[in-house]
Write a protein that binds this ligand. Structure first.
Ligand SMILES: [Zn+2]
Length: 343
């Protein structure tokens, strides 16, 4: 039941909704039809019923002024309200699917929906998703997760504009290493400079770069609230394992990690760790493995936010066409790693 639509109809004394529902007012014990000219009740005192007999079952008495029990509904309104319900519940139902479900023509549905609700079915679905999205954020879900949970697909413009709409970037949501004590070291490798950082729990950064200064800066940017210190001895085992992986002598890089991430990022990263050495999959495939074929862009974002190169093998995710697409540490490095793995 899309109660907001009903509440809107009451506020407008909208006679078109007569017969579609009645509303009971708990402070008076009376129920009315939408067009009733009685004083507007407080929202929290209002209950909606799709049939007057249900209001009576709950003990409400019919308003003498508007005689709600005799109001007749019309099938067109029923269709529109049912459409609103489906749009509010389903993930990305198309107008065609909707009209098929309701057994009316798409053109007719589009027209009557807009006439009664005031916006097109598409716009309505977008509003519902935006509401859900905001609800998810309030619950503490991060932006990427909220987009995913609220059913926004990869084509959504909301996704493109999400930073704008929230006044902050998804990255701001990361905890920036608060309460983390980090040791790091920098070494040479065949792809330039390699920075590896860890906490007592596991590896928290593996980054490639061209010079040490930039790598250090990137580490402190990534973990701006952490305590960071250089410590070569503490990183010896990790460095050895990672360099061996890069050379191809250690194909299972099974290091423990210590990463602050959202549930969605974690799910993507777990899926990436299951891609075997030497193989590649598409973003689409990863999205499907996570059970949401529409989450392609969210998957790509989670890949791009990987902080531990090689350990979480985001380099094994490529475009559907087989093209390499981007890599946080340079597409040339991605190419070199994949070539090495394929040997
Ligand atoms: Zn009334």
């Amino acid at each position: 039941m899309e109660t907001e639509i009903y509440w809107q109809a009451i506020q407008n004394n909208d006679a078109r909704f007569n017969g579609a529902f009645v509303y009971g007012v708990s402070s008076t014990g009376i129920y009315c039809k939408p067009s009733c000219a009685s004083k507007l009740p407080k929202r929290e005192n209002v209950q909606f019923f799709d049939d007057f007999s249900k209001a009576e079952q709950k003990g409400f008495r019919a308003c003498l002024r508007c005689q709600p029990q005799s109001a007749k509904g019309n099938p067109q309104m029923e269709t529109v309200l049912r459409a609103a319900e489906l749009l509010g519940a389903e993930e990305q139902i198309s107008l065609e699917e909707l009209s098929g479900e309701l057994k009316v023509s798409a053109t007719h549905l589009q027209k009557t929906f807009k006439a009664i609700i005031g916006v097109s079915p598409k716009k309505f679905a977008e509003i519902k998703r935006l509401e859900k999205f905001k609800g998810e954020l309030k619950k503490g879900t991060d932006v990427t997760g909220a987009i995913y949970e609220s059913g926004f697909g990869s084509s959504s413009r909301l996704y493109e504009n999400v930073s704008e709409k929230l006044g902050m970037t998804p990255k701001t949501y990361a905890k920036k290493g608060k309460n983390m004590k980090i040791n790091y070291t920098i070494t040479d490798c065949e792809l330039g400079k390699l920075l590896v950082a860890r906490t007592s729990k596991g590896v928290c950064a593996v980054m490639f770069g061209d010079d040490e200064k930039t790598l250090r800066e990137n580490l402190s940017k990534e973990y701006s609230k952490a305590e960071i210190a250089e410590n070569n001895a503490n990183l010896k085992d990790y460095i050895e394992a990672i360099l061996a992986n890069l050379k191809g002598t250690n194909k299972t890089l099974d290091l423990p990690t210590d990463l602050q991430a959202t549930a969605f990022q974690m799910r993507v990263w777990d899926a990436l760790r299951k891609i075997p050495y030497g193989e590649t999959v598409s973003y689409q495939t990863v999205a499907e493995r996570l059970g949401n074929k529409n989450a392609v862009r969210a998957v790509a974002t989670a890949c791009a936010s990987n902080r531990v190169a090689l350990v979480i093998p985001c380099h094994r995710v490529v475009r559907g066409s087989g093209e390499l697409s981007g890599y946080r540490w340079g597409v040339e490095r991605k190419k070199a790693i994949l070539e090495k793995e394929k040997q």
